[in-house]
Design a binder for this molecule. Structure first.
Ligand SMILES: CC(C)(COP(=O)(O)OP(=O)(O)OC[C@H]1O[C@@H](n2cnc3c(N)ncnc32)[C@H](O)[C@@H]1OP(=O)(O)O)[C@@H](O)C(=O)NCCC(=O)NCCS
Length: 423
């Protein structure tokens, strides 16, 4: 048994944000039916292709454990199929451009008419307001949500992060909203609209930066390196380089091999509680009591000197040796792991966070499994569906189409060519 057994999702999502959400729901046990345009499908199937003729990793890694039906929802017959799907599903998830679902004839009012228990969940770039009609992609959301202005170094331009906080981050937010709405429906008997705007999702993840914005009114932000360097603060939360956000000084420091390995670095935090151990490890025991070094406030204007000294030590060790030495002493450090190292990590493979999946067109590939572990709802990662692989199966088994009806809808062109057979 799985947590969302019995929940059926009409998955109208594409690209990354929506598919992240529905993939999680599938991993929790929901039956996710992905509706795609005949002959075309989710655009990511053919984006960043590495194996000619096969679905891309972009697509396969975001659409595990789903079924695919091809359906042209702009034809009369396609709309009829969609209506039956709406009546048979619990949740409709979509991340079309604003207004697309209304133009298709399936706005919120129509959905409620067809199925008052339906939860209609959407990702949009912006919430209601002056930008609500904009199409939005990852980096636009990172910029509009406050992440870019607070990421990077003080003397450089704003920087976007590799973590897909706009797309995947918003998909996560939406999944939580859907599960909460399903829970509420148990009592109310009604569906509801769930909206996760990407700007809001990014801002939620940048919460501490809005905290700092307001702290500026009370004076400079002392934990930012620029304070110790005597650089005045402006009106807005500045970029903080690799400073740690929690008030404990931290930096990324070179480790042995940095000259040739771009990831031979460690994160190193000089947490107040571990200061004496840091001094011993780096061979500066007198800093424990030396005036100007002994307490955190005294050290603020010496952080560059202190981290340069720590780096002299970390450069004599690999990032893993730094971890091995510092961890038992409760000095917080973290190796900068490359994607190659993460993919090959035996621990992550053992927990199912890195998973090898077989695919009939592309062969075996690695993916990220479910990052949320539940003791009573196990996850088996299954390959993504081929385009339209389950069209016939869904029409017959979910919607109860008779042979005659099936032939009629197939003949209308609404479901495209006859479904592809999986190997
Ligand atoms: C991501 C995004 C920018 C892509 O834009 P896009 O490629 O132009 O795609 P759209 O969502 O506008 O959909 C294009 C059209 O395909 C149509 N379409 C989609 N599936 C269909 C189907 N099965 N049958 C018929 N038509 C279909 C839509 O109805 C829409 O038609 P319309 O423009 O006439 O209304 C846009 O969808 C968006 O802003 N989404 C919300 C924010 C978001 O999720 N962004 C991050 C994506 S990771």
């Amino acid at each position: 048994m799985k947590a969302l057994d019995g929940v059926r999702i009409l998955d109208f999502t594409h690209v990354q944000s929506g598919p992240t959400c529905t993939q999680l729901l599938a991993w929790f046990g929901a039956d996710v039916i992905k509706v795609e345009r005949p002959g075309v499908g989710d655009a990511t199937r053919k984006q960043l292709v590495d194996v000619p003729g096969a679905d891309s990793l972009y697509f396969t890694m975001l659409n595990h454990n789903k079924r695919s039906i091809t359906l042209n929802t702009k034809t009369k017959e396609g709309k009829e199929v969609l209506e039956r799907l709406v009546k048979s599903c619990d949740v409709l998830v979509e991340n079309f451009a604003p207004g697309a679902l209304d133009r298709m004839g399936f706005g919120w009012e129509r959905i409620q008419e067809l199925n008052p228990r339906m939860i209609m969940a959407s990702v949009k770039g912006f919430g209601p307001g002056k930008y609500e009609d904009c199409k939005v992609y990852e980096n636009v959301a990172q910029c509009a949500g406050g992440s870019a202005s607070t990421t990077g170094f003080l003397d450089g331009p704003p920087v976007v992060t590799g973590a897909q906080i706009g797309d995947s981050g918003t998909g996560l937010h939406l999944a939580l909203g859907i599960v909460a709405a399903l829970f509420q429906r148990e009592k109310s008997g009604r569906g509801q609209k769930v909206l996760a705007p990407m700007q809001d999702g990014v801002l939620n993840l940048c919460r501490v930066k809005l905290r700092d914005q307001q702290r500026l009114a009370a004076g400079p932000l002392k934990e930012y390196s620029q304070y110790g360097e005597g650089i005045p603060f402006g009106e807005a939360t500045p970029r903080a380089g690799n400073d740690s956000g929690g008030g404990q000084p931290g930096r990324i420091l070179k480790c042995k091999g940095w000259e040739s390995d771009p990831n031979a670095y460690t994160y190193f935090i000089t947490q107040a509680a571990a200061w004496e151990k840091v001094c011993d490890v780096i061979g500066e025991p007198e800093w424990k009591t030396k005036p100007g070094y002994a307490t955190p406030p005294e050290r603020l204007d010496k952080l560059n000197e202190i981290f340069e000294r720590i780096e002299q030590w970390t450069m004599t060790k690999t990032k893993f040796e730094v971890m091995d030495i510092c961890n038992p002493l409760d000095i917080p450090v973290g190796p900068i792991l490359s994607m190659k190292e993460i993919m090959e990590d035996e621990g992550l493979q053992a927990t199912g966070t890195i998973v090898k999946v077989d695919h009939p067109e592309r062969g075996a590939y690695y993916t990220v499994g479910c990052p949320i572990k539940m003791s009573d709802s196990p996850v088996e990662v299954e390959r993504s569906p081929l385009l339209g692989e389950h069209t016939e199966e869904i029409l017959r088994d979910v919607l109860g189409y008779t042979e005659e009806e099936l032939q009629a809808v197939a003949g209308s062109g609404a479901i495209g060519d006859l479904p592809r057979a999986a190997e």
